[in-house]
Write a protein that binds this ligand. Structure first.
Ligand code: AMP
Length: 227
């Protein structure tokens, strides 16, 4: 399954919940890149400035990284992509890759939507745990102890690119490069749109119901396009 939506719409939170529920991995290209940046790998060095500016890392680096991650054994029963694909080129690559893969081209797409003023507020108030990657919001989803992760006690941080001066650029990149993917996928048999401006659990339930319904409907028609 893949989650589409602008920065801050809640893709990561939904991906975490669904991955735990279905027992499949969440694959966040942003998380993999940030891990490479902090380890100082060759990929991290190439990606670091681009990410700090709020631009996109070149497609060929990203697809190589995703192919490598998808080849791991924990993806056998499926996976949830968070933050990939972000360009038409990446989506075309994914389609080709899945078509000849162990998943037989099967894919479910969830497009999450929300008005941008609310998203900006969410992003500037977002804090993450550098250890376990749990995401908090200092107003709507604060940790029990201020500034500390509930799970492992690490000091929460703000992502460099969650700062106000970079956010506008990230939205612009989303509008230019990623939004066209909604059109690209909207006639796919297992495509759904969900309003993300509601409590997390409501959004999760709607995604689960929507995906199950569409998958059943399509398998009834002889197309087993379930995630
Ligand atoms: P995210 O955590 O998904 O918001 O990603 C953080 C940053 O990583 C983005 O602003 C991009 O610079 C980079 N990035 C993540 N995923 C991709 C992707 N699929 N293609 C290109 N760049 C990406």
């Amino acid at each position: 399954m893949l989650l589409l939506g602008s920065p801050g719409v809640g893709k990561g939170t939904q991906a975490d919940i669904l991955a735990a529920l279905w027992g499949i991995p969440k694959i966040s290209t942003g998380d993999i890149l940030r891990a490479n940046v902090s380890k100082g790998t060759a990929l991290g060095v190439q990606a670091s400035d681009v990410m700090r500016r709020g631009d996109l890392v070149p497609d060929h680096l990203i697809t190589e990284m995703v192919a490598d991650r998808l080849s791991a054994s924990d993806t056998v029963r499926g996976f949830i992509l968070d933050g990939f694909p972000r360009t038409i080129q990446q989506a075309l690559w994914l389609g080709d890759y899945l078509a000849i893969s162990r998943w037989n081209g099967r894919l479910a797409i969830v497009s999450m939507q929300m008005d941008s003023p609310k998203i900006i507020e969410r992003i500037v108030n977002r804090r993450i745990c550098p250890t376990c990657k749990t995401t908090y919001n200092i107003h709507s989803m604060p940790p029990k102890l201020e500034g500390r992760c509930d799970r492992d006690g690490s000091v929460l941080i703000q992502r460099n690119d969650d700062k106000i001066d970079v956010i506008e650029q990230r939205f612009e990149v989303f509008r230019q490069e990623t939004e066209p993917l909604i059109k690209h996928y909207q006639d796919h048999p297992v495509f759904m749109e969900v309003c993300a401006d509601r409590p997390t659990s409501v959004v999760t339930e709607e995604i689960i119901t929507g995906i199950e319904l569409r998958s059943k409907f399509n398998s009834g028609k002889g197309d087993d396009s379930a995630s």
